[in-house]
Unconditional design. Structure first.
Lengths: 315, 278
């Protein structure tokens, strides 16, 4: 029986005549190739991403010497975080995030709805205009806005003076620097949010709108009563993503405000604090503790978002 | 008839006003950046400002290359972007195909463990990645830039979702023709997954080009820096020469913007796809 079907399999390529052995070897081939194909990624993620997390947990409990030695210090790195300076950078990060999320996402939603108007002319142009900051490297954006915000020669103050208004020290006045930077944060992320939200709007069935139009609902009314609830899962996704990214803000602050600026302490975000302690002051154990606190912050705020979404996201 | 047309157009008119104002807010800074980049330092710091340069100083652009090894930084950035993207496309697609279509013991568990890397903020592994690079003696090398970043949980997840959504018939047909798992992945599924690969490729090029923290940490010698780090250095050492800094920023920005203008639809679709699937 076995020999017979084996011969048949040899002669014909019909699937019915595969022998048990051949099926076994195909199955083993599948298993073997499965492991081979995932191997680089699994090993790479393990070595460079997952194991380092365990390593960071360990580092956070140690004091790292400059030449590689380390000593166990327990939770003292975490205790050292209880300073006004770290508290301030926590506040800075949360303030920046609040503006980028609660101003940026609604603005992007309104713009995305406008861009989704049927038969809108110049749509491609508008979409491209909003998108260009997304493909601009944040370092270049920081350089650009530092120049625009410049107290003496920046175009923003020049325009204000032209209208007879007093300018401001946008990024060196400690009281407003964070807001100035957060505006840039909104400016540079709005295009990305628009694309995601517009994709969500595309999926709203046209007959929702047609039915509402028959009932005499105008564009604004339809935006609030139909579009917003239909895209609420997309809005939730965009909000979570924008929040996670904003909590990790670093580049634009690094480029826009120097560490000698009077506003520096009032804008310094957690990741800057992490970079500074880990790689400038070479206090790796403390930096690891900062990173862990940041992770806990991100995880818990994301958790809160998931909990709140039950109240506003329509499924 | 005419009145009806106008009434119909009216709401669009309001939309256009807002969108034009919005576009101006997005584009004017870049226009201002360009105009500054071709002014003399005197003219750039003149009060009240000139809008149009009285003299076009194109040498600001060549000056960038004198002050810092910008050409090397350019090359480093291009190589970093190419190798990181090529590596991710290869490794992520291979793993993604296996996770989506091949059955092997432990698949679900291994995939879940890989996914967990998605939720970790980079700060949590950067310290240790740095120590690995230092241990290998790779600080200030090109491979320090791309070695950790050719692996991606995000890319694997994105492409896996893509493979899962592809019809299974083609694969079955190839299998009946005697193709092994590798041939099916390489010859049949990869070509089908082209939109997903393009999307991941675009996102990865943008990420590599923009990356600041990791290159800033591992490559501190000017010859080994990327453009983003170079800009930061230039800004730090050279704060007052605004026209040259603007020229440098524009040189760094230009390639991606040009690529975007040519591949506009693909880029936007790629981002939208990562949003709906990632």
């Amino acid at each position: 029986m076995n020999t017979h079907s084996g011969l048949a399999a040899g002669r014909s390529r019909s699937p019915r005549s595969f022998s048990a052995r051949k099926v076994m070897s195909i199955r083993q081939g599948e298993i073997m190739w499965g492991y081979i194909l995932i191997a680089p990624t699994v090993i790479g993620l393990g070595v460079f991403y997952l194991w380092p997390v365990v390593q960071t947990l360990y580092i956070s409990m140690t004091k790292q010497g400059p030449f590689g030695g380390s000593s166990w210090v327990g939770i003292s790195n975490f205790e050292r975080l209880a300073t006004p300076e770290f508290g301030q950078s926590l506040l800075n990060t949360l303030g920046y995030t609040a503006i980028v999320v609660f101003l940026g996402v609604p603005v992007a939603t309104v713009l995305a709805a406008m861009l989704s108007t049927t038969k809108l002319r110049f749509r491609v142009f508008y979409r491209a205009a909003f998108f260009i900051p997304v493909i601009t490297l944040p370092a270049a954006i920081g350089v650009l806005w530092r120049w625009i915000y410049n107290t003496d020669y920046g175009i923003l103050n020049q325009i204000l003076r032209f209208f007879g208004l007093n300018g401001s020290s946008w990024i060196s006045d400690p009281n407003i620097a964070l807001y100035s930077i957060a505006m840039v944060g909104v400016w540079m992320t709005v295009g990305y949010n628009i694309v995601i939200i517009a994709a969500g709007i595309q999926e709203v069935p046209a007959w929702y709108h047609e039915a509402a139009m028959l009932d005499g609902a105008g564009a604004v009314r339809r935006f609030f009563s139909i579009t917003l609830s239909a895209i609420s899962p997309t809005l939730f996704f965009v909000t979570v993503l924008a929040m996670i990214k904003a909590l990790q803000v670093f580049d634009i602050v690094y480029l826009m405000v120097g560490d000698t600026s009077p506003a520096f302490d009032r804008v310094k975000p957690i990741v800057y604090y992490f970079y500074q302690s880990g790689f400038i002051e070479n206090d790796k154990g403390f930096a690891a503790a900062v990173a862990i606190v940041l992770f806990i912050l991100i995880a818990s705020l994301t958790g809160v978002q998931f909990w709140i979404q039950k109240k506003w996201v329509q499924r | 008839m005419g009145a009806a047309m106008i009434r119909l157009r009216l709401p669009h008119c309001g939309i256009h006003v807002i969108l034009i104002a919005g576009s101006a807010v997005m584009l004017a800074p870049f226009a201002w950046q360009f105009l500054t980049s071709v002014k003399s330092l005197n003219e750039a710091t003149q009060v009240p400002p000139t809008l149009w340069p009285t003299q076009w100083i194109w040498t600001n652009y060549s000056d960038v290359f004198i002050h810092i090894p910008y050409a090397m930084m350019y090359l480093n950035t291009v190589l970093y972007a190419i190798i990181r993207t090529a590596g991710q496309l290869l490794f992520c697609s291979a793993a993604a195909y296996a996770f989506a279509r091949l059955r092997f013991p432990g698949r679900g568990l291994i995939f879940a463990v890989c996914l967990s890397a998605l939720m970790i903020p980079p700060e949590l592994f950067i310290l240790s990645q740095y120590q690995i690079m230092k241990g290998l003696g790779w600080l200030n090398t090109l491979q320090a830039l791309f070695t950790p970043t050719i692996f991606s949980a995000f890319g694997t997840f994105l492409l896996r979702q893509f493979f899962v959504s592809l019809p299974i018939d083609v694969e079955e047909a190839a299998r009946l023709d005697g193709c092994g798992p590798f041939q099916i992945y390489w010859r049949v599924m990869l070509p089908l997954a082209k939109p997903g690969l393009v999307a991941l490729g675009i996102l990865t090029v943008i990420a590599a080009w923009s990356d600041l923290l990791w290159p800033l940490i591992v490559n501190t010698q000017p010859q080994k820096m990327t453009l983003a780090v170079g800009l930061a250095t230039l800004q730090g050492e050279f704060t007052v020469n605004y026209p040259v800094i603007m020229a440098a920023a524009l040189i760094a920005t230009a390639p991606l913007v040009l690529v975007f203008l040519f591949m506009h639809r693909r880029v936007v679709e790629g981002i939208a796809m990562s949003g709906s699937k990632g």
